[in-house]
Ligand binder design. Structure first.
Ligand code: FAD
Length: 475
């Protein structure tokens, strides 16, 4: 085997897992992370409670790297999503119809800590409080600033940029004009809120589910933590004049808004106002970059290459899946890293581009849940078909979040299904129209004995109704 030295910039989720994969393959690995060690007490105390949904893709990437029970022990299984309407009972949508029908709610910090410990025990050298300042992609040089603000230059190394959506490695590639990036900022942002456990330490909402309050102009989500609490995230416009994070700026406005929009969540948010005003509001964005690698010197993975909006809960899962695919490409290329990086990018980029589109589409889907009749009808029909034929009619969300089908294939298949569904809806509308027309015709005939009797049960007046083909939301 051709042993290489890899410098991984970023000791987050993808950086730590990549270190495990590379060490298991016998390569030398240094990880440079700008933050303090997340396993230390100070980091744990400072951390806000952020959790992420781990799906079968991420789970598979972890098990292939040798993880198993240690992940399950820090995660809460979620086997359904529960939609909370403005009025009426919550709509329970179990995942169990799908072979990989589960999600795990897991603390990002706890998962990161587990991965870092594994990387270390496999022999990776971890350098915390080390900030990557510059990468020279042509010479394979990396400049890192250590705790004493000293710059260290590392040469003869292969740089893996796993440094997240604000990637310095990616910025160096684009400054050199060797790569181009597109960052798309949404007008929406998000704020995380803590829903504590009940007095007896139990979950205030059903614990084994992802809870959603989808509304047209804002969305609230809640995911369980294994201490009995939930992490809620409110998504809404940042600056709209009538309703946005900007206008929710007084205790009264915040209380009223939650009372009207999320009446069943409000009683479980005792510290709402204080927290809402204290916690930062962050902006949503997608990041796309091309190419992801320069020769055999630098390659990007995870959010550094392709950050997406979180409405399919896939950013981390895709980042972990990147590690499996890159490790496999390195293994298959037998020492030719440029070939490995080229093949990794060629197969993976179309998928993550598709994921970016799917995630934005999912936002539209969630916002439209209640408001478009055609859309709602399609949703219901699709859900009914999915219940009857889960493997033949999975929803796009199921294919993305509950399977390992490639994101591009999921998108293609969903479009095919949408076309079939349009046909079903058109057929239903035509059938219903014909039936109504037949009834009207029959009624008229029976009411007027003087009127000539119609021989057929076709439409009575004018042209038969032609239903317009509803546009597919991704078109
Ligand atoms: C609100 C929200 C909810 C989400 N929910 C989900 C979910 O449910 N499921 C899911 O799969 N994904 C979710 N995601 C996405 C997920 O968090 C990210 O996709 C994932 O963390 C990406 O992993 P990463 O390793 O690429 O980057 P990161 O986790 O961001 O790690 C990057 C690391 O690099 C370090 N770093 C940055 N710059 C430097 C530098 N110059 N030098 C050294 N180190 C550096 C950072 O400190 C960090 O530790 C969510 C995202 C958001 C915003």
């Amino acid at each position: 085997m051709n042993v290489q030295h890899f410098s991984i910039v970023g000791g987050g989720l993808s950086g730590a897992l990549m270190a495990v994969y590379l060490r298991r393959a016998g390569h030398a690995v240094d990880v440079f992370e700008r933050r303090p060690d997340p396993r230390t007490r100070t980091a744990i105390e400072e951390e806000q409670s952020v959790n992420v949904a781990l799906s079968v893709r991420g789970w598979s990437a972890l098990t292939q790297a040798g993880f198993d029970d240690e992940i399950l022990s820090i995660a809460v299984p979620m086997d359904a999503q529960i939609l909370h309407p403005v009025q009426g009972a919550p709509d329970w949508q179990p995942f169990r119809n799908h072979p990989d029908g589960f999600l795990w709610s897991i603390s990002r910090r706890a998962l990161n800590a587990t991965l870092l410990t594994a990387a270390e025990s496999h022999g990776a050298r971890l350098h915390f409080n080390h900030v990557c300042r510059r990468v020279d992609p042509d010479r394979g040089l990396l400049e890192v600033e250590d705790e004493q603000k000293q710059i260290r230059t590392i040469s003869n190394t292969v740089v893996i940029g796993a440094d997240g959506a604000d990637s310095t490695v990616r910025t160096c590639l684009t400054h050199d004009r060797q790569a181009a990036e597109v960052q798309r900022y949404l007008t929406w942002g998000y704020k995380e809120l803590h829903m504590p456990s009940t007095r007896d330490g139990w979950w205030p909402l059903h614990p084994q589910a992802m809870h959603l309050w989808p509304r047209e102009r804002f969305i609230l989500t809640a995911q369980p933590n294994n201490d009995g609490s939930f992490t809620c995230t409110l998504y809404m416009s940042l600056n709209d004049d009538d309703l946005s994070f900007k206008t929710l700026n007084t205790p009264g406005a915040i209380q009223n808004f939650f009372r009207e929009a999320f009446h069943d969540a409000l009683p479980h948010l005792p510290g709402l106002v204080e927290e809402f005003m204290r916690r930062p509001t962050r902006r949503l964005r997608t990041v796309a970059c091309c190419p992801w690698h320069i020769a055999s010197n630098v390659v990007l993975i995870g959010d550094a290459a392709h950050a997406v909006v979180p409405f399919c809960s896939q950013g981390m899962n895709a980042a972990l899946e990147d590690c499996t695919l890159l490790a496999q490409a390195i293994r298959d290329s037998k020492g030719d890293l440029e070939d490995a990086f080229t093949r990794f990018e060629a197969t993976r980029k179309p998928d993550t581009d598709a994921l970016a589109r799917i995630s934005l589409h999912q936002l539209e889907e969630m916002r439209g849940f209640k408001f478009s009749t055609v859309q709602r009808w399609k949703e219901h029909t699709h859900r009914a078909l999915e219940r009857l034929f889960p493997s033949r009619f999975p929803s796009l969300y199921s294919m993305v979040a509950l399977s390992r089908l490639s994101y591009s294939d999921a998108r293609r298949r969903s479009r095919r299904q949408a076309a079939i569904l349009d046909g079903v809806i058109a057929g239903t509308v035509l059938g219903a129209t014909a039936l109504m027309a037949a009834r009207v015709a029959g009624h008229r005939a029976s009411c007027s004995s003087a009127a000539p009797v119609r021989r057929s049960a076709g439409p009575v007046d004018g042209e038969p109704v032609q239903p317009s083909r509803p546009a597919h939301p991704t078109e």
